[in-house]
Structures are given as structure tokens and as C-alpha cells.
Design a protein around this ligand. Structure first.
Ligand SMILES: O=C(O)C(=O)C[C@]1(C(=O)O)C=C[C@@H](O)C=C1
Length: 253
């Protein structure tokens, strides 16, 4: 299913108690320059690693996001220059930035509420680990930390944290994420079974190698320390037992 850009009518945030004259509206297609400028200024003042792109690249990047049909952008203003903006895909909040001069006046909260309003099924976002104020901002507004990375997957190579707002039906949201991970796990299991089967053909003995299984569990504990080597050993042993059974069944055909 392809998601269509452009906020639907009625998605504009209606001023409440935060600030009577603050207005949130969908960004216009020709606003790449003010958006890029606001992004550069807000990011430089935030607790984030320095950006890796030039101002010109940022402008081109925003121009592309405004037209690609996959991103939706909202801007906050109060009779003047932009005070903040949010940019989201169907499932990710990619950016939420507030002008450093306008911080502490509810602009970020209003933008986040706008995104929650149009993404009732929930969404995820990445925030740099060092950005404690942003993590606290999201935590106080109902977002939860799901996973951490060492930063090798982002442009800045800085550790980051995946956070999620689980939406109005959190059970469905989390089950959706579990299904995504299980799809990857299923593919990995299938590849691994094939390797257990392949190595049996070149082994001098069919005996289980307990030292090797412990070594595998210890290596996995470096990747998933929350599980610990002992628990991982039980998982590895089960996986190998089942894989050897499959290999044996194949061999007897
Ligand atoms: O490395 C081996 O000796 C294998 O047979 C492979 C494998 C595995 O699937 O990783 C399976 C059984 C052994 O006990 C240890 C490891």
C-alpha cells in the first residue's frame, strides 16, 4: 500500500492552552529553504553530533522529501518565521525540530501531538543516545525505548536509541514489530539449518561438539548481552538439536 503525501483536511492542530496563536499546518512544496535553515540551526544547538551535509545538500534533501510521496511534513508558526517542524513517513517520525529561540514554549509538544493524531497506529523514531533532553521529552510523552545501536548504521556513526509511541492499540503495534523481526529471524533460521546440515557431511564424527556450542553461545552473548551466555547456550543447543534432526531426516530420504 502506498501512502499519500499531504495532510488530509482537518489535520491542522487547533490552538489550545499551550499557546493561543501557535498554528500547525502541512508544509508547502516550496518551503525546502526555510526548513533546511531551521533544521541546521536547531540541530547545531541540540545535543547531537555535527551534521555531515552542507546547507545546500540539506535544501536539496528537504526538496526531495517534500515531493517524494512518502514523507509528510508539518510546520509550526506564530505569525512569522517557522518555529518548528515534524516530518514523518507512515511508520517513522524522521524529524522533530524546534527553533532554539522558541524552545520551552510547547512547540515540540504540539508538533508531536499532531503526529500522534495522524498516526494513531503508532510510530518509531531514532534519537541519538547523547541527546538526553530529547529522550526525556519523548519519554515524558509516552514513548518507550525499544533498542540501542552502536551507531555503525547511521551517517554520524553515533550510538542511537529506537523509541516508539505504541499508538492507540499498543498490543497490535508491538505484535506488528514482532512479526517484522520474526520474518528476519525465520530467514536466519533457515540459513543456519542449511549450514548445520552442510557441515555434517565434512565432519569426521557425528558427535556433538559441546565446546563449540559453548563458544557460539559466548559469541552471541557479546551481541545480545541481556540474554547471557547460559541462556543463549540453551537456545543454541535447542536450535542445533532441531537442525540435526532436520539434517538427519533429509539424509534418510
Ligand atoms: O561445528 C560443528 O561441528 C557442527 O556440527 C555444527 C554445529 C552447529 O550447527 O553450529 C552443530 C553441531 C555441533 O555440536 C556444533 C556445531
Amino acid at each position: 500500500m502506498r501512502w499519500c503525501a499531504g495532510a488530509a483536511p482537518g489535520q491542522v492542530w487547533h490552538p489550545g492552552s499551550v499557546s493561543e496563536d501557535l498554528r500547525v499546518r502541512p508544509a508547502e512544496a516550496d518551503e525546502s529553504a526555510p526548513l533546511a535553515e531551521l533544521y541546521g540551526r536547531s540541530r547545531a544547538a541540540a545535543r547531537m553530533p555535527p551534521g555531515v551535509h552542507t546547507a545546500e545538500e540539506d535544501r536539496a534533501w528537504f526538496a526531495a522529501r517534500l515531493r517524494d510521496g512518502e514523507h509528510e511534513l508539518w510546520v509550526a508558526e506564530r505569525d512569522g518565521p517557522l518555529l518548528g517542524y515534524a516530518m514523518a513517513t507512515r511508520t517513522w517520525l524522521d524529524h522533530l525540530f524546534v527553533d532554539p529561540q522558541a524552545q520551552g514554549r510547547g512547540v515540540g509538544g504540539v508538533l508531536l501531538d499532531t503526529v500522534k493524531g495522524v498516526r494513531p497506529g503508532g510510530f518509531c523514531l531514532w534519537v541519538f543516545e547523547v541527546n538526553a533532553p530529547a529522550r526525556e521529552f519523548y519519554r515524558r510523552r509516552g514513548l518507550v525505548e525499544l533498542e540501542r545501536t552502536d551507531g555503525s548504521g547511521n551517517e554520524e556513526h553515533a550510538p542511537d536509541v529506537r523509541m516508539a509511541w505504541p499508538g492507540l492499540d499498543p498490543m497490535a503495534f508491538y505484535r506488528g514489530l514482532i512479526d517484522e523481526v520474526d520474518d528476519s529471524l525465520g530467514e536466519l533460521l533457515s540459513r543456519r539449518v542449511a549450514l548445520t546440515r552442510a557441515v555434517q557431511a565434512v565432519k569426521p564424527s557425528t558427535d556433538r561438539d559441546h565446546a563449540r556450542e559453548r563458544e557460539i553461545a559466548e559469541r552471541l552473548a557479546g551481541i545480545a548481552p541481556e540474554l547471557g551466555a547460559d541462556r543463549l547456550l540453551r537456545i543454541v543447543q535447542t536450535l542445533i538439536t532441531e537442525s540435526l534432526e532436520v539434517a538427519g531426516e533429509d539424509g534418510s530420504r
